[in-house]
Design a protein around this ligand. Structure first.
Ligand code: SF4
Ligand code: SF4
Length: 215
């Protein structure tokens, strides 16, 4: 008995006091992802890279609001969202206590306002992402005129940009066709002229030849 007690005291505590005391995890532990909505620019990079589809983003067609959503029931704690986030708005915490009594409690959602396209009026980008991009342009471009041009492009949705570029291409093609017609016309006239000249010189030659015979 004495020997057993001696061994127990020598070994010390081999179990933890959790849940009566907090359980300390490793500093690299990957727990529950957490969003800092002030830092988030709603770029959707995390939602596109999430392999488990735990992160999603949807836009309300009526109000235009964009909702970022995390469903912890699908998260595999891989940390890809943290890696790709350009503003470090999402990070994996050390929180591992995720049990809930209601499945709805596993959802976390944040809603952001969006900007509408200046041509079609459809919501297409969040205010925060637009402002972030404008700030980047202002930092990288010195020419205010160039910044103004970029701002015009930034307030246009991708569908209208595509439409605009298709129209430009169609106009260019039609201009090219007009130029080709203008180019072909003188060539045809010259050719005609050349044939006429050749016929005329043949007639003259025959007259000279005939005159020579006469002589
Ligand atoms: S940790 Fe991985 S699975 Fe979880 S939300 Fe981030 S990207 Fe998705
Ligand atoms: S990648 Fe970062 S900034 Fe972009 S939507 Fe996700 S959390 Fe927000």
């Amino acid at each position: 008995m004495f020997k057993l007690l001696k061994t127990v005291f020598k070994a010390g505590d081999v179990t933890t006091k959790y849940p009566f005391k907090p359980y300390e995890v490793d500093e690299d532990f990957r727990g529950k992802p957490e969003l800092n909505s002030d830092q988030c620019i709603v770029c959707a990079a995390c939602t596109m890279t999430c392999p488990a589809n735990a992160l999603t983003m949807r836009t309300d067609p009526v109000t235009g609001d964009r909702t970022w959503s995390l469903f912890l029931g699908r998260c595999i704690f891989c940390g890809r969202c943290e890696e790709v986030c350009p503003t470090k708005a999402i990070r994996l915490t050390q929180d591992f206590e995720l049990s809930v009594t209601n499945k709805q409690d596993l959802y976390q959602e944040t809603t952001f306002a969006t900007v509408t396209c200046q041509h079609c009026g459809q919501p297409f980008i969040s205010y925060k992402e637009l402002n972030y991009t404008i700030d980047l342009f202002k930092q990288t471009l010195d020419d205010p005129q160039l910044v103004k041009q970029k701002l015009e492009v930034l307030h246009t949705c991708p569908v209208c940009k595509r439409q605009g570029s298709l129209e430009k291409t169609a106009n260019m093609e039609s201009n090219m066709r007009m130029k080709l017609i203008d180019f072909k016309e003188p060539v045809r006239l010259n050719f005609k002229q050349m044939v006429e000249q050749r016929e005329e010189s043949a007639v003259q030659n025959s007259r000279v030849l005939a005159g020579g015979e006469r002589r």
